[in-house]
Design a protein around this ligand. Structure first.
Ligand SMILES: CC(=O)SCCNC(=O)CCNC(=O)[C@H](O)C(C)(C)COP(=O)(O)OP(=O)(O)OC[C@H]1O[C@@H](n2cnc3c(N)ncnc32)[C@H](O)[C@@H]1OP(=O)(O)O
Length: 131
C-alpha cells in the first residue's frame, strides 16, 4: 500500500460528535481513487463504478494528520480495481478500510472503453522512456 496523500483534520471536517465526518472521508477517498486511476490509465474520463464494504475502524479528531493509501487489486479490460486504507500518520492506527473500489475508463462517447493497461506504471519511468 502506497500512502500518497495527507490531510489535516480541520473544524469544518467534523461531525456533531467532534470526530471526522465519515462522508468527508469518503469524499477524500473517492477523489484519491479517481486521481490514482486517471494517472494510471492516462485518461481524465474515469468514473467510480462501485465501492465495496467500508469499515470505519477508528475515528479521527481535529488536528489529526491522516494519510490515504491506495493499491491496485486488479486490472480489468475497462476497469481498474483498487483497495484503500486510511490511517493516522503519526500512530499508523487504521481509520478506515475499503476492500474494493472499481473505477471505469470511459471513451470520448462516455461509454466504457478498454484502457490497455496490465500493470502499475510510474510517471517517472514514463518520462524517462521519452528521453
Ligand atoms: C470520480 C467520481 O466520483 S465519478 C462520479 C460517480 N460515478 C458515476 O457517475 C458513474 C455512473 N455509472 C455509469 O456511468 C455506468 O455505470 C458506467 C459507464 C461506469 C459503466 O456502465 P456499465 O453498463 O456497467 O458498463 P459495463 O457493463 O461495460 O462494465 C464496465 C466495467 O465495470 C465493471 N462493473 C460493472 N458493474 C460492476 C459492479 N457492480 N461491480 C464491480 N464492477 C462492475 C465491469 O466488470 C466492467 O469491467 P471490465 O471491462 O474490466 O470487465
Amino acid at each position: 500500500m502506497n500512502y500518497h496523500t495527507r490531510k489535516w483534520v480541520k473544524p469544518e471536517d467534523l461531525n456533531p460528535n467532534q470526530s471526522l465526518f465519515g462522508g468527508k472521508l469518503l469524499q477524500w477517498i473517492d477523489e484519491e481513487a479517481a486521481l490514482y486511476a486517471v494517472i494510471q490509465l492516462e485518461n481524465k474520463k474515469v468514473v467510480t463504478k462501485y465501492i465495496s464494504e467500508i469499515n470505519f475502524v477508528s475515528s479521527a479528531k481535529q488536528g489529526d494528520i491522516i494519510e490515504i493509501g491506495i493499491e491496485v487489486s486488479a486490472f480489468g479490460s475497462t476497469s481498474l480495481t483498487l483497495k484503500c486504507a486510511v490511517r493516522n500518520k503519526m500512530t499508523h492506527q487504521t481509520i478506515i478500510t475499503v476492500d474494493r473500489i472499481v473505477m471505469v475508463n470511459l471513451g470520448e462517447d462516455g461509454n466504457p472503453a478498454p484502457h490497455g493497461k496490465t500493470q502499475v506504471e510510474f510517471v517517472k519511468d514514463r518520462l524517462n522512456s521519452q528521453l
